[in-house]
Design a protein around this ligand. Sequence first.
Ligand SMILES: Nc1ncnc2c1ncn2[C@@H]1O[C@H](COP(=O)(O)OP(=O)(O)OP(=O)(O)O)[C@@H](O)[C@H]1O
Length: 664
Amino acid sequence: MIDQTISHDPHALRLFEARRKFFDQGYGDEGDERDHPDCKLPHAVLRSWQRCLESGLDYRADGRGDPEGRSELAAARERSERLLRNASGVIEHVFDQIRASGSMVILADDHGMILHSLGDPEFFTRAQRVALQPGSLWSESMRGTNAIGTTLMEAGPVEVIGAEHFLDRNSILTCSAAPVFDPEGKLLGVFDISADYRNNQRHTLGLARLAAQLIEKHLFEVEFSTDILVAFHLRPEGVGGLQEGVLAVSAEGRILGANLAARALFAESNGLVGLDFNALFKPSFGHFVDRGSRPPFLQTIETRHGERLYARLRSAPSLRSNPPARGTSSAAADRMAFCDARHEQRVTLKCLATGDPSLQTALDRASRIMGKDIPLLIQGESGVGKELFARAFHYSGPRQDGPFVALNCAAIPENLIESELFGYVGGAFTGARREGSIGKIQQAHGGTLFLDEIGDMPLNMQARLLRVLQERCVTPVGAQRQVPVDISLVCATHRVLRDAMRAGSFREDLYYRINGLTVTLPALRERSDIRSIVHKLIAAEASDGVQVTISEPVMDFFERYPWPGNVRQLQNVIRLAVALLDEGETEIQSCHLPEDLFSADQMGETKSGQEPAFLVEASGRSLDEIKCEAIAMVMNEFGGNVSAAARRLGISRNTLYRKIGRMN
Ligand SMILES: Nc1ncnc2c1ncn2[C@@H]1O[C@H](COP(=O)(O)OP(=O)(O)OP(=O)(O)O)[C@@H](O)[C@H]1O
């Protein structure tokens, strides 16, 4: 049963003793300490031995099992094409790391058939003696306890060293394996590293696990490249690492896929796929997306079981083109709810007219080019409503029954922009969906294509886009033929494109092609219709039938505040205020406003003693007046109680005394 080589190895001898106990007396000592003097067997190994014994397998059996024929291997590879495609890079990478260590890297399918292997030549020959080669089946029922087959049975990483293999003949091996799951939690196969028993290295199991995780990560990112990804971890620094949990979520907030860490965190018995984001987390999906789309991108969220996580929203191209239905996402609902007809999905330019002259000019000019083949370029700071304007332009014109398709050029990785915009044919590149994919340009056929943050489009894409606009045809990646497209183009940017042109990051010819008409939307602080917007936003946020009003001091403060985040910020402030109203309370007062609206920073109390950037920007508008206003309002609200007012304002009592002194 044991050869000369291992007879000098204390571990091997203890293992030999353990085998004797198990096979002769029918029991074994379980434990996780392999080096324990009593040679405790790892739980997984002992469980496997028991299974093998119960199935009638004989440990002395030859069990070699010739490799299946070529056609079986080809069929298995075909069946596992998705696994092979996503694993090939990892196999090569890991093999590079362990080259010349007398090891072999193996990928097996979910039946235990070896699909692919890379190994050092000297170990290859030994491995072949036990049929460790492509086409061989290493299921537990076929070959007893072994890392591949036992990993499949245990659905977790397993290391099987020397005589822990059930069959005597396999005791020349040491094998470490980890399962690979698809984003739905289905076991796809096993990543294994095998070597001569004498070359056993402690860290090999860790390497196999890491490799399996890398394959899963790759698979996840490729399969959900066009969906919304939510990455999270218990610690902020864990987000972005290999241990992060990742969920792929549809625009409606439904879970489409979950990686292993996410599945482990929730441990839902029926899996996570198909569940609603809102059933797992607070805040709602809409709030999460809304907050996660702007700095600071890392936010805290809570699971429904009260666990606090750090989370980040990753590429969400599909969100903008397919906004969630009202009730599932407040972000999308915001966009829809702006007209008085609150359930109106199709906002029009008319709805946006709330009395500000410069906005009115933009609306008038845009109306004039409606239905004409003139591209529209919308400029303005972040949050002023450029996308809403683009939607309104689409739904006010003759293409309103066609699609409105949006792509945020800043929100998707550079290497995905091409396939997102132009689409691709099946097999065009590694990771491409077999059936290919239709790009945004083609999706917008008969309607409007909205390219947000066009200033962030990579230069090579700019050249291709220009060609599409000139030729009115698109060529998907890998396709031989052009497809004619009929689109109306609306672009938006918060950058000054002329500066980008001068800096060489934006093509001049494209610039002239996209700005048939340029409109610039005013920053909120420059608008004269803040009151109307506030009323409309309150109406959109308040629940049906409840008439919410706003106190005059708060409205006054709103009119003077510089709103660095523009309408988006105002909308968030109002949403919070409405949510903070007590039952029966119908008036928004300063106590319903977020504290950071008055924070020390915003009151000009920065460490350097300088005004924060947005206050400097608004310097033409009497900052002192704004500060005094805020202080007076809060002091008034707390009946002159300085301590309470200072707490509310987020500044110290001394600072508040000083400020009041200066005001007087
Ligand atoms: N005139 C408006 N009336 C009501 N709500 C508005 C208005 N303008 C913008 N909003 C709301 O403010 C939020 C931000 O608007 P939008 O996304 O259109 O801005 P943006 O300028 O495209 O921002 P970014 O440059 O950051 O993409 C949205 O929720 C939108 O519904």
